[in-house]
Design a protein around this ligand. Sequence first.
Ligand SMILES: [Zn+2]
Length: 89
Amino acid sequence: MAQYGQQTVVVVQQPSFGEAPVQTTCPNCHNTVVTTVDKKAGLFAYLMALIICLLFCPCFWIPLVIDSCKDTEHTCPSCNAQLGTNKRL
Ligand SMILES: [Zn+2]
């Protein structure tokens, strides 16, 4: 039974964090924010770098600078809390 007049715990349904910024409620500062996305070289980028290193040695750094090879990190613009990560692997 729902009880009115009491503070209810709002269960925030986490959106799926993808490549693009998403609107979510920050669990840290409880503001409704649009996440800031930051590209970070993750496992996928390093794995690609390793493969390219074996095949075309001088080009191994390319996956480390291409955004589509990187993980996407979502952070809250108001408190900078990390809200989620979209990993390539
Ligand atoms: Zn926040």
